[in-house]
Design a protein around this ligand. Structure first.
Ligand code: AMP
Length: 214
């Protein structure tokens, strides 16, 4: 099963993407995580991507396209994949369609997660991410059981550089201009659905699960 999960920054794609991919035994491909790993390893791509990411801008399409093609065709994705944070604009979505055709792959669900801007800002500014497994927590709404440590794997939690208030603002602007048009792009696709993400983490998960199970 192949899924595209999209929506604004802070809507919970990462958290729900991890849970969904575990539930349906598919690989979770978060473009932001792949890029952060490349930055950390200082690969050529990571060095080029860093300044865009720090500024809350999209990394150029050419850099991300190769990465995604490699991952969706890798052996660990043979049971399926969940794309989180890709595509992020119409050019990427168009290129993805072409790539899927070339590799005889289909998308089973395109799911848009929606939430109001005030909710996104609150979520992003209090967000803590696990350095080990990438799972997300929130200082107030879903704090870890042990301060600063992940409930799932025990690794240290950190605040992302781009979860600063000025960068959050820029990321939301980029979302409106670049990513929101995907709603129209996918609106007439018969596997498209919307999920209200302004509920508790478990309620949102159950709504997503229901959508996927049909
Ligand atoms: P995320 O972890 O999804 O919030 O992504 C963090 C940052 O990585 C974004 O603000 C962009 O700079 C970059 N990024 C993630 N996905 C993409 C993409 N599909 N295209 C271009 N840049 C991306």
């Amino acid at each position: 099963m192949n899924i595209i999960l999209f929506g604004p920054p802070g809507v919970g794609k990462g958290t729900q993407g991890i849970r969904l991919s575990e539930k349906f035994f598919i690989v979770h491909l978060a473009m932001g995580d792949l890029l952060r790993a490349a930055v950390k390893e200082k690969t050529e791509l990571g060095v080029q991507a860093k300044s865009y990411m720090d500024a809350g801008k999209l990394v150029p399409d050419l850099l991300v396209m190769g990465m995604i093609e490699e991952r969706i065709t890798a052996s660990d994705a043979s049971n399926g994949f969940l794309l989180d944070g890709f595509p992020r604009n119409v050019a990427q979505a168009t290129a993805l369609n072409q790539m899927l055709t070339e590799h005889a792959l289909n998308i089973d669900h395109v799911i848009f997660m929606e939430a109001e801007e005030s909710c996104l800002i609150e979520r992003l500014s209090g967000r803590l991410i696990c350095k080990g497994c990438g799972f997300g927590f929130h200082r107030h709404y879903s704090p870890p059981k042990n301060d600063g440590l992940c409930d799932r794997c025990g690794s240290e939690l950190y605040q992302r550089e781009d979860d600063r208030e000025d960068v959050i603002e820029q990321r939301l602007q980029v979302y409106l201009k670049e990513t929101q048009p995907l709603l129209e792009f996918y609106s007439d696709v018969d596997v498209f659905s919307k999920v209200n993400a302004m509920k508790s983490m478990d309620d949102v998960f159950h709504a997503l699960e229901k959508t996927v199970q049909g």
